[in-house]
Design a protein around this ligand. Structure first.
Ligand SMILES: *Cc1c(COP(=O)(O)O)cnc(C)c1O
Length: 393
C-alpha cells in the first residue's frame, strides 16, 4: 500500500543538471593577489534547492555566479546558516583526493539541523564535491602541481523570502571552491601567538551551538579576534567558565603536550567533546587517532610515547606547567591552517611560553603533520583519502 503523505525527495548526488561556463577564468598563480584575496573562486559552483513541500531538488552545476536573494530572506535576519571547510588535494600520484569527507557530511547535516535548516543523507555531500572537482579539478589543480589544494566551502542557508520568525520553508545548499594560500609554506616560523579571551567574551556555552559549524558562532567573535590582531596576536584562545577552561583557538582545535606531574609520562591533552563547547574537528579527530595508533605505545625516532588525554583543563594548569618546565609542545589543528605550532599565550597581563625551555619544539607536531600529508597527498595508501575519479580532461 502506498503512503498518501507527500514524498520528500532525499539529497541525491548521483544526478545533476549541468550548465557549463563559456568564459573560463584565469587560474591564479600561488601567492598571487587573486589567491591572497580569498574571494576568487573556480569556474563552477554546485547548488541544490530544498523546499518544505518537496525536499531536495536535483543538484545543479553551473558557472560561478552571485546569488539572488530577497532582502527579507531568513539567513539575512535570523542567521539560518551553516558551513563546512574542506580541501581537495592534488596527490603525488596525480590523483585528486578529499580527506574523510563523510565526517564533513555528517557535521554539515548536524549543523544544518541545529540552525533550523533541513537535514540530508550525509554521504551524498562528498558526491557533490567530487562532481564539482571532476569539472574544475583538472584546470585548477593541474597534475604537474602535486602538493597543491583548493579550499572547498559547502554552505546551507535559509534563502526563502519569509520575514516572519519561523523555521525556514526554503533552503539552498551551495558549494564553491577557492584557491587558498598555503600557510604552512608562507607563515613565519616560531609559532602562533594566542590571546586568551576575557570573561566578557564567550564563544560557546552549555546548551548553545559551539559544537556546530554555524556562521552565528563567528560574526560576534570577530570583534575579539580583530582586537587581538591589532595587538600583534594571531588568534583568540577561547576560555570558558569561572575556572577559565581552555577550549579552542580561533577556528582551530588546541593541543598541548606536557609531562604529567604525578606519573612523569608525556600527555597530549585537548578539550573534550562531551560538553559541546568545542567544534569536533576532523583534523582533531585524525590527530588523536594517529597518535593513539602510532605513538601511544612505542617511541618514534627520538619522540617518546604520548598518552592521549581528552579532558577539561584550565589556563591556570598551563601556567603552572610552564613555570615547572613541563611543557614540551603546543599546536592547533584545522583544515584551513592544518597543524600549526603555538609559541605563546597571553592571559591577562601574563605571557606564557608554550615552548620547552630550550625553545625548540620536540617535533611531535611536525611528525603528525607529515603522517597526515602522506595520506592527503597519496604517498601512503589509507582509507581516509577519498579519490575523485573520472576527472574531465
Ligand atoms: C572548522 C573549525 C575547526 C576545525 O575543524 P576541522 O574539521 O579540523 O577543519 C575548529 N574549531 C572551529 C571553531 C571551527 O569552526
Amino acid at each position: 500500500m502506498g503512503s498518501i503523505a507527500p514524498q520528500m525527495a532525499e539529497l541525491d548526488g548521483s544526478h545533476f543538471n549541468i550548465t557549463r561556463s563559456t568564459t573560463l577564468r584565469d587560474v591564479p598563480l600561488p601567492g598571487s593577489p587573486e589567491e591572497l584575496s580569498h574571494s576568487y573562486c573556480t569556474d563552477h559552483m554546485v547548488t541544490v534547492r530544498w523546499t518544505v513541500g518537496n525536499g531536495w531538488e536535483t543538484p545543479e552545476v553551473k558557472p560561478y555566479q552571485n546569488l539572488s536573494i530577497a532582502p527579507t530572506a531568513s539567513v539575512l535576519h535570523y542567521a539560518t546558516e551553516c558551513f563546512e571547510g574542506m580541501k581537495v588535494y592534488r596527490g603525488y600520484d596525480g590523483k585528486l583526493r578529499l580527506f574523510r569527507p563523510d565526517l564533513n557530511g555528517q557535521r554539515l547535516n548536524n549543523s544544518s539541523q541545529r540552525s533550523s535548516l533541513p537535514g540530508f543523507k550525509y554521504d551524498e555531500l562528498k558526491k557533490l564535491v567530487a562532481k564539482l572537482m571532476q569539472i574544475d579539478g583538472p584546470r585548477w589543480l593541474p597534475k604537474d602541481r602535486p602538493g597543491s589544494f583548493l579550499y572547498i566551502r559547502p554552505t546551507v542557508i535559509g534563502n526563502g523570502p519569509h520575514l516572519g520568525v519561523q523555521v525556514p520553508k526554503e533552503a539552498l545548499l551551495f558549494i564553491i571552491a577557492v584557491p587558498w594560500p598555503d600557510f604552512t609554506k608562507t607563515r613565519k616560523t616560531g609559532g602562533l601567538r594566542l590571546f586568551a579571551s576575557t570573561p566578557d567574551t564567550i564563544r560557546a556555552w552549555p546548551g548553545g551551538f559551539g559544537y556546530a559549524k554555524l556562521g552565528a558562532n563567528y560574526g560576534p567573535s570577530l570583534l575579539a579576534h580583530g582586537k587581538a590582531q591589532a595587538l600583534g596576536f594571531d588568534q583568540i584562545l577561547w576560555l570558558f567558565g569561572d575556572d577559565r577552561q581552555v577550549t579552542e583557538a580561533g577556528a582551530s582545535n588546541f593541543f598541548l603536550i606536557w609531562r604529567n606531574k604525578e606519573t612523569q609520562k608525556l600527555e597530549l591533552v585537548t578539550a573534550p567533546l562531551e560538553n559541546q563547547l568545542i567544534l569536533p574537528g576532523v583534523t582533531r579527530r585524525s590527530v588523536l587517532e594517529l597518535v593513539n595508533e602510532r605513538l601511544s605505545k612505542k617511541a618514534v625516532g627520538n619522540l617518546e610515547p604520548l598518552e592521549v588525554v581528552e579532558r577539561t583543563f584550565t589556563i591556570g594548569e598551563i601556567e603552572q606547567a610552564a613555570q615547572e618546565g613541563r611543557i614540551v609542545e603546543s599546536f592547533v589543528s584545522g583544515t584551513a591552517y592544518f597543524i600549526t605550532p603555538v609559541a605563546m599565550i597571553r592571559n591577562n597581563e601574563t605571557d606564557i611560553s608554550t615552548l620547552p625551555e630550550n625553545g625548540e619544539p620536540a617535533g611531535y607536531a611536525a611528525q603528525i603533520k607529515s603522517w597526515m600529508e602522506a595520506i592527503i597527498y597519496g604517498k601512503e595508501a589509507h582509507d581516509w583519502g577519498y579519490v575523485v575519479e573520472n576527472e574531465e580532461n
